[in-house]
Design a binder for this molecule. Structure first.
Ligand SMILES: [Zn+2]
Length: 191
């Protein structure tokens, strides 16, 4: 018999206070989702170069129990994150939007010792210690932080030209204006 079908499934509240203490030691499964703004995630807010409206992360979570031959069924936590924040582009030093879409699977274990013993070669799922006050908010923030690019950059060709040296000329070109003949002359002299 599938254990998940007999366990009550709880809809997790998206309130921050509820996300900070999820009881993972009870025989029930959870599902939930919501939106976290950057200000809900203080460690991430420190990384952000600027916060635009709409920056933040949609999240989903779900737990289930998986039969494990010869031992207790294992509790699995799946999370999904999809959203955006702004970081400093390391090429032009202007703000650049970084979009992330991540899914992660964790196996919940009873203790730190059990987590340390968990086979490193299992890249599909990582161990997390279950508790009665499991901090899901922290786990979601950890995963966003771990997913950030080491060297954030605009896509090739999308860096902001430096406003003081190129900004005015670029604006003229974008508007399709013919080039000012005096400026052409000045540039010729320069060369
Ligand atoms: Zn750039």
């Amino acid at each position: 018999m599938n254990r998940n079908q007999v366990l009550p499934q709880i809809q997790l509240s998206a309130e921050l206070s509820a996300l900070k203490k999820v009881d993972l030691c009870v025989p029930q499964t959870y599902q939930g989702g919501g939106f976290l703004s950057i200000s809900d995630l203080p460690r991430l807010a420190e990384e952000a170069s600027v916060i635009h409206s709409g920056d933040g992360f949609d999240w989903q979570m779900r737990t289930h129990f998986e039969d494990s031959p010869g031992s207790e069924p294992r509790q699995i936590l799946d999370i999904g994150l999809n959203g955006r924040l702004h970081l400093v582009c390391q090429r032009c030093l202007q703000d650049c939007a970084v979009n992330l879409a991540e899914t992660r699977r964790f196996v919940l274990v009873a203790s730190e010792v059990e987590a340390d013993d968990y086979p490193m070669e299992d890249e599909e799922q990582e161990p997390l210690v279950a508790s009665q006050h499991f901090n899901l908010l922290e786990t979601l923030e950890d995963e966003i932080l771990l997913s950030l690019p080491l060297i954030p950059k605009h896509p090739d060709g999308f860096c902001e030209p430096h406003a003081s040296s190129f900004g005015v000329e670029d604006a003229d070109e974008a508007a399709g204006k013919p080039e000012n003949p005096f400026k052409v002359l000045k540039n010729m002299k320069k060369n």
